[in-house]
Design a protein around this ligand. Structure first.
Ligand SMILES: [Zn+2]
Length: 715
């Protein structure tokens, strides 16, 4: 291989044909993108000019994969966009800006190619008997075109284009308004007494924010709090200053409703109507019908059934949780009044005591919840770190995969990596055969996005010669870094994150399907979090913790007493949290199940839409919709229920393991055979029923949360 050849244009020549990160230069990307697009177009021309009758092979498979050589465009896109998240720089960002419109144009050109669609439609109507997997590929292909408007006449296509463009423009404006309003508000404090209750880290961050804003030499010391989560959240949790909590809370919850250019109320209305129109143009009654057709839930009925069942089950417990909170509130408020007389900062609250008993308000919930949690469990994330040294956690997680599935991990330094911190492993199946390449990228650094995710550099598929091309998966996280005198010590939350992403990667590594677009994690939206959330269940299992949770200095195992407290504190305020998620799900569904033009006023509509999942008082001026990015600007419109849906699935599946032993290899094999290896080759409900023998129920989730199965209540 000569140095000046673009590595994307030839076999990589690395172990397992892994991406040769060491040889890829910035200039290789653009050249490969453009050549990839050219080859794609050539392939499509060949397909549509084929004089033979359209068949599954000569049309659908040819659209799925390239003939004779690598699918260059997907090869280069995968590497480029993965690096753009994990290891980027200004040049990469600039290239992304340049390529994005070209790639969008390219994919539109394919989706709106009428001659290509005619062939696909012909196959869809006249195909021979297909396997379930082939049928799924055909349906996906056909539906993909139809949902992009391929069946519409020219007027319809033009209308769809207009609606889609307006919706994407308004989503962008929605987000920009939200960001602007969020940044515009500040709570500035110059009286140190008003910082009462706040931890040192929150004070330091606020002092820094103040300094950045007041850089003149003679400015006095102060503290600035904002609506950004890292500033807002500690203030609401720890500040003893009720009036200030109220101020901050009201600012946060009336955002984008004010009489200014950043008001989102009309934008939301328009977005709801645009999406309804798009769905109706494509032949659906509502936007939810359009979305749910390609979801495990299938229809609005099953989404509402889930949401209503959860309300029935959790509401009684949520009421109890609220009563407990109220009791503590009353007790501490009563005591607080005596204390407050000596504090100058609280005079306004106490010098004219209200004749009414104070009420627990939304700005009190975070503060008193934290107090209650400390009182009941006295547990703190920092206490566990010494038992979760990263090195041990890695052994624990790999060991778990070995116990369940018999697979083994072996680091291979000959596999190129994109940063020296990244580790590359070869993964072997229980019979010793090669299963996958597994990359792990653990710690934050410049050029890497926040959060955690799993991705693939190579998806699994079976090539035309019948060879099973094995996947190259990667987990990218931002876990606590080692310091000069300490190794990387994780919190329990970070251990869960690792297990979560590792669960996604097992879905990728066990993939065993014919087509890459149906392989591994290429499943419907509300099914994709099952393998990941399933793995999180292990985090609080004693038998699992015992395999790796040893004190990094003394080697002592994590004490049982501590584990018990962790387990107990798990369900603290669980019913309240559940109802909150359900209320968002109800709101989302209320907007996107509209059949007619949405003309209501957003604020009163919202209060009514989620009423049955709300326990406290609803304040007349606050509004969630105008800041609900998930369903207005993100991809969760008519999909917010998915969070709860996935939780039901993971609890239900884990209960099967609990029943037969959490390390039971037979059950694990069935989970692998029925779900992890199947990707999106069949309807997720079919896959799930093959594993469990029946449809999932919410019972296991209720049990996990310590909720008694509720009686049917009248709604
Ligand atoms: Zn996930």
């Amino acid at each position: 291989m000569s140095e000046n050849i673009n590595p994307f244009f030839e076999p990589y020549g690395t172990p397992h044909d892994a991406v040769p990160f060491d040889r890829i230069r910035l200039e290789h990307f653009e050249e490969a993108f453009m050549e990839g697009i050219r080859r794609d177009n050539e392939q499509i021309e060949k397909t549509i000019n084929n004089p033979e009758k359209p068949t599954f092979e000569n049309t659908i498979i040819n659209t799925e994969e390239d003939e004779g050589y690598y699918d260059l465009l997907s090869r280069v896109s995968t590497v480029f966009f993965n690096l753009l998240s994990a290891e980027t720089n200004d040049e990469m960002d600039a290239l992304a800006q340049k390529m994005q419109p070209i790639l969008t144009q390219h994919s539109n050109d394919i989706r709106l190619n009428p001659r290509l669609f005619e062939r696909i439609r012909y196959v869809h109507l006249h195909h021979r008997k297909l396997t379930a997997e082939e049928k799924m590929l055909l349906d996906n292909c056909y539906e993909g075109f139809v949902r992009s408007g391929a069946l519409l006449d020219e007027v319809g296509k033009e209308r769809l284009r207009q609606l889609t463009e307006e919706a994407s423009m308004l989503s962008l404006q929605f987000s920009q308004n939200l960001l602007k309003e969020q940044k515009a508000f500040t709570l500035d404090i110059t009286d140190e007494a008003q910082l009462d209750g706040l931890p040192e880290t929150a004070r330091e961050a606020a002092a820094l924010a103040w300094k950045e804003a007041n850089s003149t030499a003679n400015s006095k010391p102060g503290w600035r709090f904002t609506l950004d989560y890292p500033s807002f959240s500690p203030f609401m949790t720890y500040s003893t200053q009720r009036e200030l909590r109220k101020q901050l809370y009201m600012a946060r919850n009336t955002i984008c409703t004010h009489d200014n250019a950043e008001n989102n109320l009309e934008i939301c209305k328009r977005l709801i109507n645009l999406r309804r129109e798009i769905a109706q143009l494509l032949g659906y009654k509502t936007y939810a019908d359009y979305v749910l057709k390609r979801r495990m839930a299938s229809n609005t009925r099953s989404v509402y059934r889930l949401l209503n069942d959860l309300i029935d089950a959790y509401k009684p417990t949520a009421v109890k949780e609220r009563d407990e909170l109220k009791a503590l509130f009353k007790k501490l408020e009563a005591r607080g009044e005596k204390l407050e007389n000596s504090s100058s900062t609280k005079k306004s609250l106490t010098s004219h005591p209200s004749p009414l008993t104070p009420k627990l308000m939304p700005w009190d919930s975070g503060f008193y919840s934290h107090k209650l949690q400390m009182k009941k469990y006295n547990i703190d994330a920092e206490m566990l770190r010494p038992y979760f040294e990263l090195k041990n956690v890695i052994n624990g997680v790999f060991g778990l995969a070995n116990k369940l599935y018999g697979i083994t991990f072996k680091e291979n330094k000959d596999i190129p990596v994109y940063h020296p911190d990244v580790k590359a492993y070869e993964v072997f199946d229980k019979d010793g055969s090669f299963l996958a390449v597994f990359y792990a990228d653990f710690h934050p650094r410049k050029g890497k996005q926040g959060g955690a995710w799993m991705t693939e550099y190579q998806g699994q598929y079976i090539d035309r010669k019948g060879e099973n091309v094995r996947p190259h998966v990667s987990v990218v996280m931002n876990l606590t870094k080692p310091t000069e005198d300490k190794p990387a010590l994780l919190t329990l939350g970070e251990v869960e994150t690792f297990l979560h992403e590792f669960g996604h990667s097992l879905h990728g590594m066990f993939a065993n399907t014919r087509f890459e677009s149906l392989s591994g994690t290429n499943v419907w939206w509300d099914f994709v979090e099952l393998p990941s959330q399933f793995m999180e269940n292990f985090a609080i299992e004693k038998d699992f913790l015992r395999t790796f949770a040893f004190h990094y200095q003394t080697g002592e195992p994590l004490p049982d007493e501590l584990i018990n407290r962790i387990v107990k504190s798990r369900n603290f305020m669980a019913a309240t949290a559940c109802l909150r998620q359900v209320s968002f799900g109800l709101l989302d569904m209320a907007y996107y199940t509209k059949k007619d033009e949405f003309k209501d006023d957003i604020i009163p509509f919202e209060k009514k839409a989620w009423k049955k999942a709300i326990l406290g008082e609803q304040l007349p001026d606050t509004c969630m919709t105008v800041q609900f990015s998930h369903i207005m600007a993100g991809g969760y419109a008519a999909g917010y229920y998915s969070y709860k849906w996935a939780e039901v699935l993971d609890a239900d599946a884990f209960a099967v393991f609990k029943k037969h032993g959490i390390f039971n290899q037979e059950i694990a094999q069935r989970f692998r055979d029925c779900i992890l290896s199947k990707g999106g080759t069949e309807h997720p409900m079919t896959l799930y029923k093959n594993f469990k023998g029946s449809e999932p129920t919410i019972d296991a989730l209720l049990k996990r949360n310590g909720i008694a199965k509720g009686k049917k209540v009248k709604r």
